[in-house]
Structure formats: C-alpha cells, structure tokens
Ligand binder design. Structure first.
Ligand SMILES: CSCCC(=O)C(=O)O
Ligand SMILES: [Fe+2]
Length: 186
C-alpha cells in the first residue's frame, strides 16, 4: 500500500492529534512527496532485527547509526516538553529517518507553496525527510509510537526552529527541491 498523505485543513484550534483532512480530502501523492525530497519505504516491521531489505537501505544510504524511541505518556521522559518540541516547525542539518515498528503518528512537511502536508505513518513505514525541509511530528489519538531512528554518522537531533532562511542547509534544500516542487504540483 502506498503511503498516505494529504493537505491539511487550517483548523489550528483543533487537537493536533486529529487527522486534519480537508473535506473533501486533498491527497498528496508519492511523486509529489518525492519532489519535496521525501522518500518512503514499506518494510516488514516484525523482521526489523534481521531484515535484508532494511540492511540494503542502510548500506545504500549510509545509515550507520540506529536506536529505538518510544513516544507515549508513560515511556518517554519529559513527555510534554518533547511532544511540544516535536510539533514546533523546524529543520535539521541532516536527514531525519524514522522506521515505525509499532503504533502510528503523523509527520507534517511544508509543501513548496507553504501548505502543510500530513503524512500518516504506521507500522512498517519508513521515511526520510531531507536536510533543510521544514517539518514537525505529532502522535495521533492513540498516543503511542515506537520507531527506529537512523542516522548517517554520529546523530545530531537538534531541531532548528523556523526561520532558518540564512542556514546553508536550508539554502541547499531550496536549491535542490524548490524548482522541482513548483513544477510538479498536482
Ligand atoms: C516517530 S519518532 C518520534 C519523533 C521524533 O523522533 C522526532 O520528531 O524527531
Ligand atoms: Fe525533526
């Protein structure tokens, strides 16, 4: 099954954990996600400890580091602060790679025209967000996700909150993806 993503509604008052679909739904397809630099794989999460398909992605993309994070009220230290900072619009100087082992949640990314695209992630979904893309994360109303975090080299999780207009990584992102994104709009 393809990954599911959609353009969000503008109801900022409503709970961030709700789907925030427009009515009718406005889908964002895989090609459009690709044009933003977002890549996605579907794997068998039950095999994550020993999976040649995962190993191949790690080799191909140089994902040398991995750990596992569980985000839920009782499993994550400083839960409220973390949840809040995950949902602040930010970028990183490196790729953000997540592989969902249990539960579900949403990654939101900014499309070229500044609209938010919400990407639904559940068990078996693996995603990489390119360095420099503005994004955020929220749990859904199940309040539980367990994910493998991967990284190229020594991990740097630091969120760089928007605005980062002068950050060289942001400039690179725009140079690499802005034109493509603008020309492949649905
Ligand atoms: C699905 S992993 C939890 C969120 C997270 O690690 C992040 O936003 O950086
Ligand atoms: Fe992030």
């Amino acid at each position: 099954m393809a990954i599911e993503a959609w353009y969000m509604d503008e109801d900022k008052a409503a709970d961030q954990r709700l789907p925030h679909r427009q009515s009718p739904n406005v889908a964002c397809g895989t090609a459009e996600l690709q044009s933003l630099g977002v890549l996605h794989w579907e794997l068998d999460a039950d095999k994550h400890a020993d999976d040649p398909a995962l190993e191949k992605i790690r080799q191909d993309r140089g994902y040398s580091y991995q750990d596992i994070i569980t985000v839920s009220p009782d499993k994550l230290a400083n839960y409220e602060d973390k949840i809040k900072s995950f949902f602040e619009e930010h970028m990183h100087s490196d790729e953000e790679i997540r592989y969902i082992l249990e539960g579900s949640g949403y990654f939101d990314v900014r499309a070229k025209d500044e609209r938010w695209v919400r990407i639904k992630m559940s068990k078996g979904d693996m995603i990489t967000l390119p360095a420099g893309i503005y994004h955020r994360f929220t749990l859904d109303d199940t309040n539980y996700i367990k994910a493998m975090r991967l990284f190229v080299g020594e991990p740097v999780w630091t969120p760089l909150n928007r605005p980062q207009d002068d950050h060289p990584v942001r400039k690179d992102y725009l140079a690499n993806f802005a034109t493509a994104a603008a020309t492949t709009k649905a």
